[in-house]
Design a protein around this ligand. Sequence first.
Ligand code: DON
Length: 596
Amino acid sequence: MNAPFVSPIQDLLDDLHARLIDLRAGEVATYIPELGKADPEWFGLAVATLDGTLYEAGDSRVPFTIQSVSKPFVYALALQDLGLPDVLKQVGVEPTGDAFNAVRLEPSTGRPYNPMVNSGAIVTSTLVGGDTFEERRTRILSGLSAFAGRELAVDRKVMESEAATGDRNRALAYLMHGAGTLTCDVEESLELYFEQCAALVTTRDLAVMTATLAGGGVNPLTGETVVSVEAAAKALTVMATCGTYDYAGEWLVRAGLPAKSGVSGGLIAALPSQLGLGFFSPRLDSRGNSVRGVTACEELSERFGLHLMRPAERSGPVFHRTLRGDTAHSSRVRAHDERTALTRLGGAIRVYVLRGDLAFSSSEAIVRTISEDTDSVRWVVLDLKRAGRVAPVAEALLEGLAAKLKERGITTVVVDTEKGVTVPSAVISETRDAALEWCEDALLESAGASRMTVPLAEQDLLRSLDPFLVTALEAYLEPREYAPGERLMEDVAALCFIISGGLARQIMIGNPPRPFRETSMGPGTAVGRLALIDDAEHTHRIVAECPTSCLVLTTQSLARLERDSPRLADSLRWSIANAIATRLRRTDAENHALIH
Ligand code: DON
């Protein structure tokens, strides 16, 4: 029984957590006395993908109050309920470069600058749908819960602590009420705001909530549409420009992700259409951002190549096709016993044909899908021929996957001709067919099913012939030895039985022409000029790939055989016709399996 597969993405998160735990700069916020009780050592990280996969490290399940991280979510709810034009009448969208609690309103309009600063968030809380204070309260809490995909509670102690000490917010609210921007009752508006800040979440919740925004308003766990695509997109935009206050410019340059922080130590960042990230650690820098959170997020963005302004990953299904070695075979022509063994055991070979650009999200899906199905697998072929760009993070994750598969005795073969990807733990192959053949050879060898030498009587073509006819035929055959690289069939051979070694069929391609290995043949199979059937010229080159022993029927011997023993010649022709029919049927079935 294997230990559970730990994703390389999980390893990266654990590694980041272990390294940054020593970062002890910054101070826990104490201006809301209850917040000062937080354990400064708490440190959680979480990544949520849009298909609902979660990676977590450290204290990702420790509850804490969401604080200002609530702001983009409540803003999205207000946009959903009231629409952008009406929301804009009361809250702007311009970055301030000020601190979160700055006492400053737009001089010409009296509006708060944006919904990410306290003044803007207080007004935003009053813009969510509901005719009464109670209806708005319920709407905010149930809306935040829908973003998280579970019912969130409120930490009353923190809420009261903030209400008791929130003079600055109170001052802001009265100022805006005086300016006519805040039209609801001041104390009720503050209560809405304090309560939203005191909603209890975990780092894991933050990742899911953010993935909901990144996924156009659809919660990746519950599938619920929480807000519209437009509302989610606009909330993310304001996060990008205003989410980190007076650090917004540098943040966007460095991490390149819309983000929002809160004074309890929470931090979220989103990669639209791909991911939600959540971080939590209570020690804050001078701007009120979690020190470990900011460092972890910037590092993750760098390691995973998440910067928004990088060329985007082309999305779409990443698996073009998935094949198993028991139903799909390489083009190598194999003797009956080997074919039977492959049909029986080939499920140990899996071929994944990948497509699209490979960056974080697609590689995450690849690693996850392949690692979920490793039980009876021994060989994994990753065909990158149809893939587009392969970002460094994809190389790193594929290497992580290959290394982990190797630990479980699974060999990875990467098919890559032009991209030059670096996956040191994998075998690199030029074509999918060659990769599959390589895996088949390895499987047959490990199962003790490879046929190194196949005597004449057991040759595929002659299996159904009477033994006395086989003995009679032997008199017409000449043994020949071929050295690696030596060409066959240029002489007068009509039919050539491979006793040991192996041959390749090549065609000439390109200008100047160079040989391309189309397929190969192993012991127990035969290659002929079809002269026995229709006299056609050979269009291919047949070359020995290793020292090869054959028994050859030359055209002269064939003529002699026709004269001496027409019955034997006839039987031989029937066998060839049968072999061709069988091969056609098999190819047909495989093509069918590929199409459907
Ligand atoms: O308004 C306040 O003081 C808090 N309830 C929220 C502030 C906050 O989280 C700002 N974040 N950076």
